[in-house]
Design a protein around this ligand. Structure first.
Ligand code: ADP
Length: 483
């Protein structure tokens, strides 16, 4: 590699000196000739002129070199700081690493310090950039920054995926984390006046703002609920606001869970209050009857109180089952003899079935299932129990275990009253009942199917219902072969 040398400077120094020396010497010689009245035409000046010229060239060359050589290091350093690529062809790296102190010592030292600081800052910036990139990718929330003109300055991949149409996304210059998004207006991405005013309010007031807003997201019919936090972006020195950064935290599921919890508490209180009111009323009446020595109605009242207590017990038991299922406690895996288990459950319910003249038919094509026996027993109890409950009089219930290839299916099929199509979607919700009165009359808690759904799902399976009103209902639980 050709080592770098500031030849241009060297030639500049050289010619200037040459001209100055030649000029000065010629003027001096002219003056001497003139002063001493020497006839210069008589003298032979060829040899002295030649010697003078050679000497001038040598002196000029030497002086120019001694001035340009130390500048070489300074220029090399400056070039390296200014533009590394430009110096690559010119500088021998060995030479750069060997930084000796030259005549321009102070400048060189200053440049070296600047260079070290710049290198440190550059490394720091690269680290910061990497870290913020990793942070943005790890962040599940969508982030966008907007300029005061309402144009996007930067957005994360999550933001693009949730809110930006493909054309908007591709019209920006950069990829997943868009830092060249200046062509897209915030108002083109969001139609929500609430969100737009939140962001512009933040830019106008310079205050961080937070609000819960429903926003439309791509590919979803219903709006999602977001907690949006907007912070102003300020210039470091002048503190002038040049934009705002918004973070979108999706709280739809949280809100839904909150709603379900509220509804559950409302429903549970209502369900508990009914038998409690009945117990309270009858106990008060009995107290009065006992005081009046009136025993006639007491046995019937006690019977009603006992029924209400049983109902309360069932409700509490079902609620406890549900809550233990919802804590996602690990399920026990054991090999279950389906034939024995199904017949045990059928036997325990046969008296009830007999009362209503209901035939129970069991078919077990797949004799084994690896699952939690107690929970599968509860599924069978609830499904067969429901069929018996809702068949008014005489009917048939078929319980069938089979291997479908995809998994093991349990179907409980009855020819009872069936369920209208408008109820099917919500049937597995807690406390959802088609006919509240009938369910209560039959001692139903409204939690049986919710428990079935939770048990099947905790085994990695799915449950569905097929029913035609007036023709019966069929509940199908699909369990995976391997848990
Ligand atoms: P419940 O304790 O009221 O039976 P479930 O969660 O077990 O609560 O069932 C929810 C509702 O689904 C019941 O109230 C009933 O209206 C309906 N249902 C469940 N199983 C059947 C069935 N086999 N035939 C007709 N309706 C049913």
């Amino acid at each position: 590699m050709r080592p770098f040398f500031p030849w241009r400077l060297f030639w500049k120094f050289f010619f200037k000196q040459f001209v100055v020396i030649v000029g000065l010497c010629s003027a001096l010689l002219g003056f001497v000739f003139y002063y001493f009245a020497i006839d210069w035409s008589a003298a032979d000046l060829r040899l002295p002129s030649l010697v003078f010229l050679v000497l001038t060239i040598l002196v000029s060359g030497y002086v120019a070199y001694s001035l340009a050589a130390p500048l070489r290091t300074v220029i090399v350093q400056a070039l390296r700081i200014a533009d590394k690529k430009r110096t690559d062809g010119l500088i021998d790296h060995e030479e750069v690493l060997h930084e000796e102190e030259g005549e321009y010592y102070e400048i060189e030292r200053a440049l070296t310090t600047i260079k070290r600081k710049l290198r440190k800052r550059r490394d720091q910036l690269a680290h910061e950039r990497e870290e913020s990139k990793a942070l943005m990718l790890a962040l599940e929330d969508a982030v966008v920054s907007v300029g005061t003109d309402g144009r996007l300055k930067f957005f994360t991949a999550q933001f693009a995926a949730q809110f930006m149409h493909k054309e908007q996304f591709s019209s920006t210059r950069s990829g997943a984390i868009g830092s060249g998004a200046a062509t897209v207006l915030l108002a083109d991405v969001f139609r929500s006046p609430e969100l737009l005013s939140l962001i512009f309010d933040c830019m106008n007031t310079g205050q961080s703002l937070k609000k819960r807003i429903y926003l439309k997201t791509l590919g979803e019919a219903a709006d999602r609920y977001f907690s949006v936090t907007v912070s102003p972006l300020k210039e470091q020195r002048s503190f002038a606001i040049y934009g705002a950064l918004a973070l979108f935290h999706d709280i739809t599921d949280l809100k839904r869970a909150e709603q379900i919890r509220i509804e559950f508490v409302e429903n549970a209180s209502h369900e508990l209050r009914t038998p409690l009111t009945s117990i309270k009323g009858f106990v008060e009446t009995m107290k009065e009857d006992v005081a009046a020595q009136n025993w006639d109605q007491i046995p019937s009242f006690l019977n009603t109180v006992s029924k209400s207590v049983n109902r309360l017990t069932e409700l509490v038991n079902d609620m406890l089952s549900l809550s233990s299922l919802e804590t996602n406690s690990p399920i026990r895996k054991e090999s279950i003899d389906l034939f024995r288990l199904t017949h045990d459950v059928v036997d325990s319910l046969s008296a009830l079935a007999k009362e209503k003249d209901i035939i129970l038919q069991v078919q077990v094509d797949n004799p084994e299932l690896c699952a939690d026996e107690k929970k599968i027993e509860q599924v069978l109890q609830n499904l067969i129990g429901n069929s018996i409950k809702y068949i008014a009089q005489s009917g048939k219930i078929e319980i069938h275990w089979q291997d479908t290839g995809d998994g093991i299916d349990l179907s409980v099929n009855d020819n009872g009253p069936g369920i209208g199509p408008e109820h099917l979607e919500r049937l597995f919700e807690r406390f959802y009942r088609v006919d509240k009165g009938r369910s209560r009359e039959e001692g139903g808690t409204g939690l049986g199917l919710a428990i079935v759904k939770h048990i099947v799902q905790s085994h990695g399976g799915q449950v569905k219902v097929v029913s035609v009103l007036g023709r019966g209902a069929c509940f199908i639980c699909n369990f995976p072969k391997q848990l």
